[in-house]
Design a protein around this ligand. Structure first.
Ligand code: DLL
Length: 436
């Protein structure tokens, strides 16, 4: 089924003219209403009137996460706060998160776009959908929730964690669709097995996954484990959250909601626009967002666009699965983590040195993070109690900033190998073993 036939199957010429009209509007809007954009455009010598064709977007400067950070919390909003009816947040590169806002109309469009992606994956009003994304500041759970509600599915907002209970609910409520990160879905499958329940014997027939990179192998494993079809869905808080694009049942790339987002692929080094079919960094301009429009947002995600119409009947261009990032952001159990956030916590703590390592690995299917940091000579008393207290203090501070619970290991002074060049701060064992 197609949720919004008119927009999802639009003639491409008609779509381009709709995009152009909306792009002109949003450029004028940010220029008028957001001092940051006015200054940025002025500094680059461009004005909204300079845009005559879609390709002219290339004359405009990029927006980066730093802009959101520097204008924390509301500086990039294009409407007064009284018109903002919801806030969400995502990891920033330092201690503070980045904040995103939505007007009532933004929420309406968001739920429409999520209704599109869940419908194209195969969800109907007959389904019982268990949402295992965390409800809270993260866009994943609330984003999927309202789109699924619009479709009329029966939602089980079980949120993340409490895995045995998740399996019990799944069994008792007859869950047919599982929504969450692919790694948590694998963990849930393992949990079911440890409870003596074969996940493939449950009613779950479809999985809508996203929010972290995963591979075709992982998809095959999930499909076999649960006896389900598993689809990939991509989005990011800065431009909306889930709903930017997602796969239809044919699983041949993620249909982009092009009437609401202009997606470019650029060379991550030079910023030059690349052609369809060429791999590069995904750059997104929101065409209809009211509260927080973003112009040429550099996602740091690597992908390719395929403009060919899909056999499902939709004409929208498709984004290939995201295979990596151009920066050092780690995604740990679906939560974005920047090494710089960890550093910003460590430098505030008395008793530890600037020598640290971040180890990411998997226990079973679940990611975990361990921060290893050297103590300073003065603090290294050898007292076990002091050590434990300091570890706990760091752990709590990291948990507040990162929204995940890391392990902290204090090391003796000088125990981390000093490198000649760049310090090797991140050891991602998941990647080495091809688990991502
Ligand atoms: O993860 C939004 C989302 C929620 C998408 C639920 C899909 C489902 P953020 O927390 O802002 O938003 O994280 C965005 O996560 O820039 C990518 O690096 C990564 N990411 C999201 N979806 C995928 C995916 C949500 N399907 C960041 N494949 C993005 C690979 C993904 N990476």
């Amino acid at each position: 089924m197609i949720w919004d036939h008119r927009h999802e199957c639009m003639d491409r010429e008609e779509l381009r003219s709709l995009q152009l009209q909306r792009l002109k509007e949003v450029l004028h809007r940010v220029y008028r209403r957001v001092p940051y954009y006015r200054q940025l455009f002025d500094a680059h010598g461009v004005r909204p009137e300079d845009l005559r064709s879609l390709e002219d977007i290339q004359k405009f400067p990029f927006t980066t996460k730093a802009a959101l950070r520097d204008n924390y919390p509301y500086g990039l909003f294009a409407v007064p706060l009284k018109d903002v009816v919801r806030l969400h947040a995502s990891s920033g590169t330092t201690g503070k998160p980045i904040v995103v806002g939505y007007t009532r109309k933004d929420l309406e469009i968001w739920s429409e776009l999520v209704a599109r992606i869940v419908t194209q994956a195969g969800v109907t009003s007959d389904d019982v959908v268990q949402i295992t994304f965390g409800y809270g500041l993260f866009t994943g759970a609330f984003g999927l929730h309202y789109g699924l509600e619009k479709v009329g599915a029966t939602i089980v907002p079980s949120s993340v964690g409490n895995s045995e209970k998740q399996i019990m609910l799944m069994k008792d409520f007859g869950t047919t669709v599982l929504v969450g990160t692919p790694s948590y879905a694998l963990h849930l499958g393992e949990t079911a097995r440890s409870m003596g329940i074969d996940p493939a014997g449950l009613k779950v027939r479809l999985g809508l996954f996203g929010s972290e990179a995963w591979s075709e192998e992982m998809r095959r494993e999930l499909e076999k484990m649960w006896g389900m079809k598993a689809t990939d869905n991509y989005g990011l808080s800065e431009v909306m959250g889930p709903g930017v694009c997602g796969e239809c049942g044919l699983k041949q790339g993620m249909h982009i909601a092009e009437d609401h987002f202009l997606v470019e692929i650029v060379d991550p080094e030079t910023g030059e626009a690349l052609d369809y079919g060429q791999e590069g960094e995904v750059v997104i301009t929101t065409l209809t967002k009211e509260a927080l429009p973003v112009i040429r947002y550099r996602t740091r995600d690597i992908s390719v666009i395929n403009p060919e119409p899909c056999a499902c009947g939709r004409t929208s261009a498709r984004l290939r699965r995201v295979t990596g990032r151009t920066d050092d952001m780690l995604i740990i159990s679906g939560v974005n983590v920047f090494p710089s956030q960890i550093e910003s916590v460590l430098i505030e703590v008395e008793g530890v040195s600037p020598h640290y390592q971040i180890v990411v690995d998997k226990r079973g299917y679940l990611d975990y993070l361990e921060v290893q940091v050297e103590m300073t000579e003065e603090f290294f008393t050898g007292s076990f109690r002091d050590l434990e207290a300091l570890e706990e203090k760091i752990r709590r501070r990291l948990q507040t900033v990162l929204s995940i619970n890391p392990r902290v290991r204090l090391l003796e002074p000088h125990s981390i190998e000093r490198s000649q060049g760049k310090a090797r701060r991140i050891i991602d064992r998941r990647r080495a073993e091809g688990k991502v």
